[in-house]
Write a protein that binds this ligand. Structure first.
Ligand code: GLN
Length: 309
């Protein structure tokens, strides 16, 4: 069923778009700096396959930190809860996503949660397989299944751009390696992580993944349980407590939707039992979240009473 453009959504997008001038496109990964400041689009995907959209929904963007919630689901399925949570915690940090500060204060130096870079690197480290290529292919196959789109792929340009400049992430990996939380070669882990972050898709695909989380791990189109219910529940809980980095508390109060953002300007939302949301708006606020994307979700949540609290 094609996604229908929707006038009500378009009005909300037009209103939210006025915020983009107060944000900034991320450029610490040089290839992301090419994005257009005032882009804003949304797709809303219902379990019955109905889809509504506004903006240029065909435009592709990389998942960046949105991939963290998906790799977490994948690794929990591969390794089980005990193995994973022995190596990464469950608590929000209140620090920026790439902060190294708390690692030094923890004993053992286990990252506080899987949504910050340190925790996500540990999660990616846990993906099974003989080499980087095999591990990346298995994660990509999972993401293609979730999106119901066998053509989802990654951007070599964005992956290379991040790989060449990821000094802080390398520092996190070396710290974790020193404390035996990460065991593999850091360059290999960086290759896998930067490819994972560079997986690209449009808002439609992202909304389709959102609806699987919203429906407790069941793909409503194929009716297949892709993610076990308890793992989907864990992922949604992390989306609420840590999904918008150190803005998660305010986001929960103002919007109340499990969501995960990335520095490309993407946001995936999963309204429990109702629908999935995919947003792309590359102008970011100072915490690294899509500034107009948050405004858009705030308007949607208010207009349609979507808060789960
Ligand atoms: N690839 C990015 C990084 O590690 C992801 C960060 C993000 O989206 N917040 O810096």
């Amino acid at each position: 069923m094609p996604c229908q453009s929707n006038d009500e959504l378009q009005l909300i997008v037009d209103e939210a778009r006025t915020c983009t001038k107060h944000g900034r496109v991320a450029d610490y990964i040089p290839a992301l700096g090419e994005a257009k400041q005032d882009d804003l689009s949304i797709a809303v995907h219902y379990p019955d396959g109905t889809c509504y959209s506004a903006g240029d929904i065909e435009k592709k963007f990389t998942l960046q930190s949105i991939s963290k919630v998906i790799s977490l689901a994948f690794v929990l399925m591969e390794r089980g809860k005990e193995y994973v949570f022995n190596r990464v915690g469950m608590e929000p940090t209140g620090d920026p996503f790439n902060s190294i500060a708390k690692l030094e204060t923890m004993a053992p130096a286990k990252p506080l949660n899987p949504m910050i870079n340190a925790g996500a690197l540990v999660v990616t480290h846990m993906i099974k397989g003989g080499n980087v290529e095999e591990r990346f292919s298995s994660l990509l196959a999972f993401i293609r299944e979730l999106a119901g789109d066998p053509n989802v792929n990654y951007s070599q340009e964005v992956a290379d751009s991040e790989f060449q400049t990821a000094h802080l992430n390398r520092a996190l990996c070396y710290f974790l390696k020193q404390h035996n939380i990460v065991e593999e070669n850091v360059e290999e882990l960086m290759e896998l992580y930067t490819k994972q972050c560079a997986i690209e898709m449009n808002c439609l695909d992202l909304a389709r993944i959102g609806v699987v989380f919203a429906m407790d791990g069941v793909d409503p189109i194929s009716e297949k349980q892709i993610i076990p219910k308890d793992i989907a529940r864990i992922c949604k809980t992390f989306m609420v407590t840590c999904g918008m980095y150190n803005a998660s508390g305010e986001f929960a109060i103002k919007i109340g939707i499990p969501a995960k953002s990335g520095v490309s300007g993407g946001i995936m939302g999963a309204v429990p039992g109702k629908f999935g949301i995919g947003i792309f708006g590359p102008a970011l606020d100072e915490k690294g979240n899509s500034i107009a994307g948050i405004k858009l979700l705030e308007l949607l949540s208010k207009n349609y009473s979507l808060s789960m609290f």
